[in-house]
Ligand binder design. Structure first.
Ligand SMILES: Cc1cc2nc3c(=O)[nH]c(=O)nc-3n(C[C@H](O)[C@H](O)[C@H](O)COP(=O)(O)OP(=O)(O)OC[C@H]3O[C@@H](n4cnc5c(N)ncnc54)[C@H](O)[C@@H]3O)c2cc1C
Length: 452
């Protein structure tokens, strides 16, 4: 039996409903461009829900909040839904994934957007001046014709199918940052933790990073630790229930999220490491004596895979030199944070620089009306290690959606929209919400640097 085909036509299609896809759809809808968001999962949020990473990290540059209007409004939504706390020490907004799913989809539907869940992209091709995207969905195939195609899949799937040039991980070796199975534990005792002299936020919550190297070393000598990490990365309490803790602490190297067999191995290895991590916390860390494995995410966390080859490629030199070209659509202050592609170790460079991400990084060379958003924009391995945090990805999505709305209004193409015009639209949205406008605090250079 052949699957039936459901046909749709819409100005803007966003493939991928993670932070970038949510930002893109919200901005396109805000600008009056009808939009549908498609995702392979049955909910929005991307790594922030599917992998259980309930931590929006570091969007502050010096004292300026660099986050985009959509991010700020969504953060307020999480606060209103009583599912949020902020920690200045780790510079992060923490939230409940379930509330994030609900909040994001309510926001999209309220703005008049459409959702398509349980649909994995299977093909992209050109038909006259439209893009056609085909999905393998539960019970049918879905074919969507659109003018603007926004690739927010993290893995650059639509761009790859549309014929874009691609990087995979490190340009020279193809190696990527490791994947991580995020682990949620129940049964933590915050008071026992505090009694051991450790910090509690608001008298309730725990949020700590890069800790317990000595205990990891002991556990490794005892044959209890095989994870290729020398310490535990970030762990934090959940807002609704401080006895639940999320840990970013496993590490799975050498596998690609663009290969189903390799991702399967990563899921299996991630769950094996999750057991080890829970046993480690129970034995070595005060307050965790009675913890148990509460859940792993529906999917393993992916830091890096494919990125488009764009009209400009952001480099580590741009990040280190704090360049802010005129066509920048987002500002970022997050350090270069690259987990070793093999074995232990992390490159972490925090020189306090604030840099701009030019619009040209989101436009694949030679493709019309396609924009990438989030972690699959054009960048080197090291530069991607910086802008990959979710608030910045949401802002890059917002830039792409803003461009789609401008192009739709002016019957134009995405590549003919100037980065500065996108930024000015986003500034207008900031002003309408009564926000201090981050771009007014910095000077913008005249051009993106020449590239060979
Ligand atoms: C272990 C780990 C820890 C991290 N820690 C933090 C942190 O503490 N704070 C922080 O801010 N950031 C953190 N990050 C980075 C951050 O989570 C990601 O870089 C960010 O989520 C990227 O956003 P995105 O929207 O580009 O992609 P994603 O979040 O990956 O979303 C992509 C979406 O596209 C969908 N999709 C993919 N392919 C298809 C397809 N073919 N068809 C249909 N749908 C598809 C996916 O289901 C997903 O919903 C971490 C990442 C990892 C892996």
């Amino acid at each position: 039996m052949n699957l039936s085909v459901l046909e749709l036509e819409i100005p803007c299609l966003v493939v991928g409903g993670g932070p970038a896809g949510f930002g893109a759809a919200s901005a396109a809808l805000r600008g009056g461009c009808e939009t549908i968001v498609a995702d392979r999962h049955g909910f929005l949020g991307g790594m922030g829900t599917a992998a259980g990473l309930s931590c929006y990290l570091n969007h502050l540059g010096v004292d300026v909040d660099l986050s985009s209007p959509v991010y700020r409004s969504f953060r307020q939504q999480l606060i209103d839904m009583k599912s949020h706390y902020y920690d200045a020490h780790t510079q992060a907004d923490y939230y409940e994934p379930e509330v994030c799913k609900l909040g994001m989809e309510q926001a999209i539907l309220k703005a008049g957007g459409k959702l398509l869940y349980h649909s994995i992209l299977s093909n992209v091709y050109r038909e006259k001046d439209l893009w056609v995207a085909e999905f393998l969905s539960k019970g049918s195939r879905v074919r969507i014709r659109c003018r603007y195609l926004i690739d927010a899949t993290g893995d650059a799937d639509p761009s790859a199918m549309a014929g874009a040039g691609l990087f995979h991980g490190n340009q020279s070796s193809g190696a990527t940052q490791p994947m991580t199975m995020v682990v949620q534990m129940g049964g933590f005792d915050p008071q026992a933790w505090a009694a051991s002299g450790r910090r509690l936020i608001e008298g309730r919550y725990v949020a700590e990073g890069d800790q317990y190297a000595a205990q990891v070393s002991l556990a490794r000598s005892a044959g209890e630790w095989s994870i290729p990490r020398e310490n535990v990365a970030l762990f934090w309490s959940m807002p609704h229930d401080p006895s639940r803790i999320t840990v970013n602490g496993t590490r799975i190297s050498g596998l690609s999220s663009c290969n189903a067999m390799e991702t399967t191995r990563a899921e299996v290895e991630g769950r094996r490491q999750a057991q080890e991590l829970v046993a480690f916390f129970r034995k070595y860390i005060p307050g965790f004596e009675n913890v148990y494995l509460y859940q792993t995410g529906p999917q393993v966390g992916v830091r890096e895979s494919r990125r488009i080859v764009g009209r400009y490629t952001l480099t580590e030199d741009d990040v280190r030199s704090a360049r802010i070209p005129e066509s920048s659509v987002m500002l970022c202050a997050y350090p270069i944070d690259v987990h070793s592609t093999e074995g232990t170790g992390t490159q972490y460079e925090d020189n306090g620089s604030i840099y701009g991400i030019p619009w040209e990084c989101q436009l694949p060379v030679d493709l019309e009306n396609v924009a990438a958003a989030g972690r699959c924009i054009s960048a080197t391995h090291e530069a991607a290690g910086s802008f990959r945090v979710m608030p910045t990805c949401m802002g890059l999505g917002e830039a792409a959606g803003t461009a789609a709305a401008l192009a739709w209004k002016n019957k134009d193409t995405l590549q003919s929209i100037a980065g500065a015009d996108i930024r000015h639209e986003m500034d207008r949205a900031h002003a309408a919400a009564g926000n201090l406008i981050p771009s007014t605090q910095f000077s913008f250079g005249s051009h993106i640097p020449a590239q060979i």
